[in-house]
Ligand binder design. Structure first.
Ligand SMILES: Nc1ncnc2c1ncn2[C@@H]1O[C@H](COP(=O)(O)OP(=O)(O)OP(=O)(O)O)[C@@H](O)[C@H]1O
Ligand SMILES: [Mg+2]
Length: 499
């Protein structure tokens, strides 16, 4: 722009305006000497600063500062702005903003102007940027799901706390020692990338709730649900970000739920079978009494041949056996009264073992007792509980066929407030198709005459009536473990809670 001449009045106004300017303004020679300064720059300097090197006047500088915008102006001949959070003209720890531009005399750079800013807006922006960065960091780190971002080479850029939990790697290890490929099992990372690049899994660049296997640092493979997306910057892929949800707990709960459903079904079936059994038992009791009575009468009152007597003896035996079954059925369907008192399960188990262990079938069976001495008492009927353990132990002995190990363990399931009894044997085990039926009345795999199939169904009924539950785990050829759980300190009808 061609220079125009100014009147003296205009020049004076210009100088007054520069002096009235509230920012410091210095005009500096290429040798860093102050050629002129406005009033604001002069303030606080009793002696004139004209002719002094600028770095002696600007607090915090002792030699030409390498980052001074004047250097850039000198090198490039155009205006320059320097912005940082160090000193400013007043030497305060503050946002420094120096603006410098050249003053030409013809083609020659004659001097340059230095102008300081204290741009509160800029400072606030910086603070806001730092604040929002830390907010985002907190957001990512406190996410419940694992958040992992990686660049296109697989280098991990973000690895939050939940990712540390499910993967076993520390943040430092994740950022320095491994790649995204190590987080997945097998070729999982490649599979995910292929799906991200395809349109079919939630749109291009997106993958929604995909089930895949992750790999823990220990090598353990476990299922996760993954949502991921590609991050673009200026049209280029710069990263992928994934949200990893560990599915182990969900799967465990699902299995637990399925098991409970099966148990519920079983409980319903047992309840209706129980009612039916009770009805049948009642109906059978009277005719059975008649059969036994009249058989005895005939045997006593008639002088019968030995063959006929032997036949009647069989009738009597079978009728008595049937009577026993009826008695058990009535017990099973809880037609008999109960006497609920605080009971020491360890004591009941020990007494049952004492009665049984000298019997010949136990001679080659090793009994391993592991009873928790601090076991709390439970509310129960001693006779019925005796019956439970007698049946369980006899079943185990049958499965052991004379030799092996019988384990009896008691402990507390603190979280559920239950006492747990584990009865295990190293016997024949139970086939998968047999296991769902073992608690059904009259279900037996034993040869005719050896088992009624009522043992476990009675046990089931007793355990259930005590507010407990029973279930079995078994492996064919290896053995079986029955778990019986009773609630601790149940409130009996009309009684007090016990510990
Ligand atoms: N510890 C065990 N190991 C292997 N199988 C077992 C065990 N306990 C029970 N079973 C299986 O469950 C079935 C049912 O058991 P349950 O006690 O109800 O009847 P049982 O023993 O056959 O006859 P009983 O009425 O005389 O007890 C058994 O026939 C057997 O197949
Ligand atoms: Mg049995």
């Amino acid at each position: 722009m061609p220079k125009r001449s100014r009147s003296e009045v205009e020049k004076k106004f210009l100088i007054d305006a520069i002096d009235a300017f509230k920012r410091k303004l210095l005009i500096i020679s290429p040798e860093y000497k102050i050629l002129a300064a406005n009033n604001t720059a002069m303030a606080g300097h009793p002696e004139s600063i004209i002719g002094k090197p600028c770095y002696e006047v600007i607090p915090g500088c002792s030699s030409p500062c390498p980052s001074c915008p004047a250097n850039k102006v000198m090198k490039e001949g155009k205006a320059s702005l320097r912005y940082d959070l160090s000193h400013n003209f007043s030497g305060n720890e503050d946002t420094l903003c120096l603006y410098s531009y050249p003053v030409y005399l013809g083609d020659q750079m004659d001097a340059f102007v230095m102008l300081d800013f204290d741009l509160p807006a800029l400072k606030n922006m910086e603070e806001r940027r730092i604040r929002s960065n830390s907010f985002l960091r907190n957001l990512i780190h406190s996410a419940v799901d694992g958040v992992i971002a990686a660049d296109p080479t697989g280098k991990i850029l973000i690895f939050n706390e939940a990712a540390v939990q499910f993967s076993g790697y520390t943040v430092k290890e994740a950022l320095n020692d491994i790649t995204i490929r190590d987080v997945y099992s097998g070729e999982g990372a490649r599979e995910v990338m292929q799906m991200l690049l395809s349109e079919d899994y939630g749109g291009e660049g997106k993958l929604i709730s995909y089930h895949i296997d992750a790999k823990h640092k220990s090598g353990e493979i476990f299922p996760i649900s993954l949502s991921a997306s590609i991050v673009h910057e200026n049209g280029k892929i710069v990263a992928t970000i994934g949200f990893f949800h560990d599915r182990r707990e969900e799967i465990r709960m699902k299995k637990e739920l399925e098991k409970t459903q099966v148990q519920l079904l079983q409980a319903e079936k047992m309840a209706s079978l129980g009612k039916m059994a009770a009805g049948v038992a009642h109906q059978l009791n009277n005719p059975l009494g008649g059969i036994i009575l009249f058989t005895k009468l005939v045997m006593e009152e008639y002088d019968l041949p030995a063959d006929a007597m032997a036949d009647l003896e069989r009738v009597l035996n079978d009728a008595n056996r049937t009577k026993d079954i009826v008695k058990e059925l009535l017990e099973f369907s809880r037609q008999t009264s109960r006497d609920m008192k605080p009971q020491d399960i360890n004591d009941i188990i020990s007494r049952t073992i004492f009665l049984l262990e000298n019997q010949s079938i136990f001679h080659n069976i090793e009994i391993e007792k592991n009873l928790d001495t601090d076991l709390p008492r439970i509310m129960g009927d001693a006779q019925q509980l005796n019956h439970v353990f007698m049946n369980m132990i006899l079943n185990a002995a049958d499965a052991l066929e004379g030799s092996g190990k019988l384990g009896l363990k008691t402990h507390v399931l603190a979280e559920a407030e239950m006492v747990c009894i584990e009865i295990s044997d190293t016997g024949s085990g139970i086939a998968e198709d047999v296991l769902p039926h073992i608690f059904e009345p009259f279900y037996t795999t034993k040869e005719q005459g050896k088992g009624t199939g009522l043992g476990l169904s009675m046990v089931y009924g007793i355990v259930e009536s005590h507010g407990g539950r029973i279930y079995a785990e078994s492996e064919l050829g290896k053995g079986t473990t029955f778990y019986i759980e009773f609630p601790i300190g149940e409130i009996p009808e009309g009684g007090n809670k016990i510990g």
